[in-house]
Design a binder for this molecule. Structure first.
Ligand SMILES: [Fe+2]
Length: 215
């Protein structure tokens, strides 16, 4: 007989996306001892949503997911459990790309993808905030883009240089965070390492995607 924790409200057995949600919420609610987000920077940005409804969304593959699936070594001990929870959901993830292939170099789409765990079109529908997981492979430049929603980046694994208009570029690694204001242009560069990030959105524009800034 299954316990309550092994069941969803619909009675189905928990899958990798449910486990990822629960792992994230344990961190978000401050019950996980990750240095750097206790007291909890995620909660300070936006409290965990309480309106989640699991959606039946088919998986969508991404070339980047195969790179991520093989990323099991060299993890930071503080964030390795969250990284592994992401890997545990990979078979179910509906990967997205946000941009047209004409907007970015082709190589970009083989080494980048994100998925919406929580949000208006996420695996768990919410209208309170969005939660994405994003992967960028080594030696990528993610050009300047912006969006109406305010944004919090939290680095799970690897590192990248995060830059934003009006701010000094900074290299961020596991447990580091950065904030982007509404419509603040920002861009990112990876070096020899890939980066796996947790991305939270709040405020207006939760249903809209990012837009590349004019060159
Ligand atoms: Fe952004």
């Amino acid at each position: 007989m299954k316990t309550n924790s092994e069941l969803n409200s619909g009675g189905a057995a928990m899958d990798g996306l449910d486990h990822l949600r629960d792992h994230l919420f344990a961190i978000w609610r401050g019950r996980s001892a990750i240095d750097g987000i206790t007291p909890n920077g995620l909660w300070q940005f936006t409290p965990p949503p309480d309106d989640l409804i699991r959606q039946d969304i088919a998986p969508n593959p991404a070339a980047a997911a195969t790179h991520l699936a093989n990323w099991r070594d060299g993890l930071d001990s503080r964030t390795a459990p969250l990284h592994q929870a992401v890997l545990g959901a990979l078979d179910l993830v509906h990967w997205q790309f946000a941009y047209k292939t004409s907007e970015l170099e082709n190589r970009f789409f083989d080494h980048y993808a994100f998925f919406e765990l929580i949000g208006p079109t996420g695996h768990f529908r919410s209208h309170q905030c969005n939660v994405y997981f994003g992967y960028w492979g080594p030696h990528l430049f993610y050009p300047a883009h912006h969006h109406e929603a305010e944004e919090k980046y939290f680095v799970i694994s690897g590192k990248a240089i995060f830059a934003a208009e009006g701010a000094t570029p900074k290299e961020l690694g596991p447990t580091d965070e950065t904030f982007h204001a509404s419509w603040q242009p920002h861009w990112m560069t990876t070096g020899t390492k890939a980066v796996l990030t947790l991305i939270l959105w709040r405020g207006a524009g939760l249903g809209d995607g990012p837009i590349l800034c004019a060159k």
